[in-house]
Design a protein around this ligand. Structure first.
Ligand SMILES: Cc1cc2nc3c(=O)[nH]c(=O)nc-3n(C[C@H](O)[C@H](O)[C@H](O)COP(=O)(O)O)c2cc1C
Length: 223
């Protein structure tokens, strides 16, 4: 598979088949992803991998907490900017609208939207659920490194015929994730990552999100 094929065929999948992923494939993806560049070769990423009963236990604990309105302190970093300027606001709203439209959830259907939000915590039924963390003492530079590592996981998954969905939703319930996976207090939960086999033509996996044209975010200097 060409790198561009992996890049172009990666998209966030939000429904997975139950088929298990062999441990060797998961290990290969993680080990190869750890070839990621990192400033000073710090390799600051911390990864928690759940499968089988452990994956189910994590999902059940989070959904139970939500049912009991145990929302905890929430995410420990700014998942989104504190204020949205119109361009970013429009992008976020567009993708939300597109997703809920293909899911058949009409505007204002809070229960429908909540149901989809909760599906995050089942890792959208993917058999493998990962949680990415970084030590609290690390700076923005190391968060970049973790982002590179996350992307390598997603792209290498494609080479093995697998799909993914990165999930900041898990940072919002980090108090439960932390308790269940015994994540030390000196680590911040960045996001989850669903990993498994997915049918790309199935709703809502068939959502192809838009991208701004190159000229919108690139400034050239030639002379
Ligand atoms: C760090 C990160 C966190 C994300 N968190 C969620 C999430 O919690 N739930 C979700 O359904 N999608 C999540 N996404 C997926 C984005 O919505 C998606 O990447 C974006 O709309 C572009 O679509 P694409 O991934 O299909 O290209 C996340 C993506 C990233 C990079």
């Amino acid at each position: 598979m060409r790198v561009s094929e992996a890049v172009n065929s990666r998209r966030s999948m939000r429904t997975f088949k139950p088929d298990p992923v062999p441990r060797e494939k998961i290990e290969w993806i993680i080990e190869t992803a750890a070839r990621a560049a990192s400033n000073g070769n710090l390799q600051p990423w911390k990864l928690y991998v759940t499968e089988g009963l452990a994956r189910e236990r994590l999902s059940n604990a989070i959904l139970k907490a939500l049912d009991e309105n145990d929302l905890g302190p929430g995410a420990e970093y700014d998942v989104y900017p504190k204020e949205f300027t119109p361009v970013y606001d429009a992008r976020r709203k567009l993708v939300g609208k597109q997703l809920y439209t293909i899911l058949g959830v009409p505007r204002g259907d809070t229960a429908g939207m909540q149901k989809q939000f909760r599906r995050n915590f089942l890792f959208f039924d993917a058999p493998v659920g990962m949680i990415l963390c970084v030590e609290r003492r690390m700076g923005g530079g190391q968060w970049i490194d973790c982002g590179i590592f996350l992307d390598q996981l997603m792209l290498l998954a494609r080479e093995k015929g697998l799909h993914t969905c990165p999930q900041a939703a898990f940072s919002r319930v980090q108090h439960i994730v932390r308790r269940e996976l015994k994540i030390p207090d000196d680590q911040v939960v960045i996001c989850g990552l669903a990993l498994g086999y997915a049918e790309p033509d199935e709703v809502p996996n068939n959502l192809i999100t838009e991208r701004a044209p190159l000229a919108d975010f690139t400034t050239w200097f030639s002379e």
